[in-house]
Design a protein around this ligand. Sequence first.
Ligand SMILES: Nc1ncnc2c1ncn2[C@@H]1O[C@H](COP(=O)(O)OP(=O)(O)O)[C@@H](O)[C@H]1O
Ligand SMILES: [Mg+2]
Length: 226
Amino acid sequence: MINFNNVTKVYKSGTEALKNVNLAIKKGEFAFVIGPSGSGKSTMIKLIMKEEEPTGGELYVNGLDTRDVDRYEIPTYRKKIGVVFQDFKLLPNKTAYQNVAFALRVTNTHGRQIRKMVPQLLAVVGLLDKANDWPGELSGGEQQRVVIARAIANNPDLLIADEPTGNLDPRTSLEIMNLMYKINQMGTTVLVATHDKSIVDTFKQRVIVLDEGRVTRDIPEGRYVV
Ligand SMILES: Nc1ncnc2c1ncn2[C@@H]1O[C@H](COP(=O)(O)OP(=O)(O)O)[C@@H](O)[C@H]1O
Ligand SMILES: [Mg+2]
């Protein structure tokens, strides 16, 4: 699903954010990427999203060499990747329902299909009863659930999250991670960047450790100890 082959990323400023990263994440896997601030977690995600380009090595996503994805193909490429960030980024003037519907409308989904799918997606994240609430009326955890519903709306192959629990209390963080795990169990490959070690410890999934741009450890499922 994702293959980093000796990937290096040097920003224009000269910062070496990733150094000779080698990683393979298989279809259907759940993996955490952890590491201190500045270790390169977000850079990894930006390379996968094609928001940034590697300066060395090769990156394959879903069988595609990301270099071969032209500028005009990027929207189609990104349709297959759902993303969740720390700051929830819902459209404030749209309800929970409308936020999810919008993600389907921009990919030209038919109205009838949208009306069928949005309630299903809100049910997956446990928010069917809040469909008509505005983002400002929802708690942080509920807003993040809407973001997740939106991220999986177009049935992505891959769900990636950059510090998805960064603004949430421990209990809500756990609920959000449970939801990501449930989505993984439904068949989507999930990659979560976080510096929240307690979350990582609770879930016992694969843990990739980054330090100053290098993968220093890659711990298989069930073996991680804080
Ligand atoms: N757009 C950018 N331009 C220059 N340097 C950047 C840019 N984005 C990130 N960096 C630098 O790259 C390094 C890795 O950053 P980042 O990938 O955001 O790490 P993390 O997400 O683990 O905190 C840091 O030193 C950061 O300052
Ligand atoms: Mg980051």
